[in-house]
Design a protein around this ligand. Structure first.
Ligand code: UM3
Length: 125
């Protein structure tokens, strides 16, 4: 299945919650957004910015994606408010247990299609 903007929104967009999230944020959000079905997704980043802000990154600096090696990645010119969810080593499916870390970083996303929109989260730095 082709990655889509709808998938990106489900997995990575949380514009309405404030960046200072609770320690339980990732456990709640990873389950609510369907990333703990079948297995626990290991790493996932949520972005606390508007869709307009994130979509605009598709016209910012182009670069090679770290994960796919394709050339359709773009790095945000500004830092964004994000929350990184990382599966704890002690976590056992189906009890997906995550650490929640807030930060402000540049993000690198892949864009695709016409209109050219975010479809994959590559990295933050
Ligand atoms: N991933 C994040 N944040 C990171 C690194 C990786 O969310 O800092 C996710 C995005 C990918 C998956 O899923 O890990 C494999 O790289 P996606 O393509 O559905 O966005």
């Amino acid at each position: 299945r082709k990655p889509s903007a709808e998938e990106f929104k489900r997995q990575h967009m949380d514009p309405d919650s404030p960046p200072n999230s609770r320690p339980t944020y990732c456990n709640r959000m990873m389950r609510r957004q369907g990333m703990t079905k079948g297995s626990c997704k290991r790493v996932n980043t949520f972005v606390h910015e508007s869709w307009a802000t994130v979509k605009a990154i598709c016209s910012q600096r182009q670069m090679t994606c770290k994960t796919t090696r394709r050339n359709n990645c773009h790095k945000s010119s500004s830092t964004l408010h994000i929350t990184e969810c990382r599966l704890k080593g002690s976590s056992k499916y189906p009890n997906c247990d995550y650490t929640t870390t807030d930060s402000q970083k540049h993000i690198i996303i892949a864009c695709d299609g016409n209109p050219y929109v975010p479809v994959h989260f590559d990295a933050s730095e």
